[in-house]
Every structure is written in C-alpha cells, then in structure tokens.
Design a protein around this ligand. Structure first.
Ligand SMILES: [Zn+2]
Length: 315
C-alpha cells in the first residue's frame, strides 16, 4: 500500500510518500501559514499532496490514500478538527470531507501526537513493540497509546492526553484549566520559566549570564549541554523534569499494564540526565509487578515521526 502522510505543524507542514512499514520514497514541506485564513493552510496542504502525487505518477506508483496529522482535538468518526490551538483561524473544520472531495480517495486524519506514536510503531523505536505509549515533549506534552500496533482512541477519539494527568492537585495552573498537570511542569514554556530564576541565582552556571540578560533565548538543549559540561543546576532541572514525568509514567503503567514508553519531541533531546531521571522515578514508583519490565526509550524519528505516522493511518 502506497500512501501520502502529512503532518501539519504550527510553522511548517511536512509530507511524505511512503509504503508504511517500509520505504519512504519522497518528502516535501511547506510553510503552514497559520496566521492566515483556513483556506491558505488547506491550499498548502493540497500543494504538498500534488507534488508527491506527481512524483508517484512519474514512478508509476498508485497512491491508495492520504493520512493527515493535525494538532488539536479530532472527532475520528466524522473527520472534524476542533479549534486546533496552533491554527487560530480554524474553528470546526470537516477536513476529511474537504480532502476527499478534492482528491477522491481514502482520507484519514488523526491527532499529531497519535500520528507521531504510530510513526515510531511503523518506522522507528516502536517497531519491536506491539504495545507502547509514545510521548511527545514540546510546548505541550502529547501522547499516543499504541495497542496491537494501532492507535487507541478511547470512546470519541480524545484518548492519550498524558500531558493533563495531574501529578499535584495543588500544583501550578495549566493551560487546560486544571492545576498540577504534567504539562504545567515539563511543557517547554513552563519548564524554562521555572528554570530561569534558578539559573539567575547560580553564578557558577555557564547559563547564568544568559538567564539574566536574554532568558528567552534559553532552551532545554542549552540545559542539556550545560549539564553535560558539569553544571549541577542545569542537571538538577532536567532530573526534576524526569522525576515528574516518571510519576505519571508509573501511574500509567499501573493503570494500563503497559510498560514501554517511547519519548520524543524537543525536550527528549536532553539525553541521559533526563532519561535517567525518568527511569529512576518511574521504577521507584510503579507497582512491583511492572518495575523490572519498564522500558523507557528515546524516539528514533525526530521531526519525521508525525508525517510517517500519518501515512500509516491507512494501514
Ligand atoms: Zn492540563
């Protein structure tokens, strides 16, 4: 089966012509134009697909269908996207119908974090595991629950909101309206806002001056580089983030009897300090039956996971 997968991100959309589980024939990308009207973004989507369709024609490949990953809540049954936060002009968009009318073939859409997890299942770190939870650590904390190599959607398609698991009922406010969600600690914005006062007070840290003069320029990767150079404050911040993720991972393992977690997205690039923190926390908190079975791995596909997973929606 040959499919086209598209991942609509906040700044750019990426698309691939693939055989899920096998070959990636070609990739392309376009600006999302998220600050413009809905039709502008959908026009970019059509352009990506057209480019890959022409390549498929040139190679005599038949495209069986199109899969699209979209940030935000999606009604899987109707193929409708609801108020994606990174596409402010979109309200309720019947994206599956729009794409089917234009391309006259099978179209599936899903949440971007679900697609990233499915991409890892077909092409990446999840290939050897039939069941796992894929986490995407970025501005938000998304996840996809993969059971039997397929996305578990819940009753209406909204399952997998790992980022909004509460880890402290008196914790800081989260964008969702709750307090103490995982995302309110390890979403990039929340995490860096908490890190900056610590770095400003740490005169020995290599990030001290930047935290004072230009705090917006600091990223989790900077923390990871500083930690690797021996900065204890940066290492502590990452270890604490890992500790907090481990709390929710242990609860998830206990709830679902799923013990494999594949972690991607910006913060996951922080490497060993973060992963050691996650593993230590999760295994100290999970029920004894799960402790020795926990597998917590970095994702393998980087930014390509979403589009490759979108292509695999049709399998
Ligand atoms: Zn929340």
């Amino acid at each position: 089966m040959i499919t086209i997968g598209v991942d609509i991100g906040g700044t750019s959309m990426k698309a691939a012509l693939t055989e899920p589980g096998g070959t990636v024939y070609a990739k392309t990308r376009r600006p999302t134009l998220a600050d413009r009207e809905q039709e502008a973004t959908i026009g970019q989507l059509h352009d990506c697909i057209e480019e890959l369709q022409e390549l498929a024609n040139a190679e005599s490949l038949t495209v069986d269908g199109i899969g699209i990953g979209v940030p935000g809540a999606i009604d899987i049954a109707s193929g409708t996207v609801f108020h994606p936060p990174n596409l402010p002009a979109w309200k309720e968009v019947p994206l599956t119908d729009i794409m089917r009318d234009r391309w006259e073939r099978e179209v599936r859409i899903d949440n971007d974090a679900n697609c990233a997890a499915l991409g890892e299942a077909h092409f990446g770190a999840g290939r050897e595991y039939d069941n796992f939870i894929g986490l995407t650590l970025g501005t938000g904390v998304g996840s996809g629950i993969i059971i039997g190599n397929r996305i578990y959607h819940g009753e209406r398609g909204f399952a997998g909101e790992f980022g909004h698991i509460t880890i402290d009922f008196n914790g800081p406010p989260c964008n969702c309206g709750n307090h103490g969600c995982v995302e309110a600690y390890v979403g990039i914005g929340y995490m860096m806002r908490a890190a900056i006062p610590l770095l400003r007070n740490a005169s020995a840290s290599p990030l001290h001056e930047r935290a004072r003069q230009n705090p917006e320029s600091l990223s989790p990767e900077d923390l990871s580089h500083a930690a690797a150079e021996g900065d204890d404050v940066s290492a502590d911040i990452l270890r604490t983030a890992g500790d907090r993720l481990g709390v929710a991972i242990a609860s998830t393992a206990n709830l679902l009897d799923m013990t494999t977690f594949i972690i991607g997205g910006g913060i996951s690039g922080a490497g060993d300090v973060l992963f050691d923190g996650i593993r230590a926390s999760a295994s100290s908190r999970a029920l004894k039956v799960h402790r020795d079975r926990l597998v917590i791995l970095p994702a393998a596909l980087g930014n390509d996971a979403g589009m490759l997973g979108a292509a695999a929606l049709l399998v």
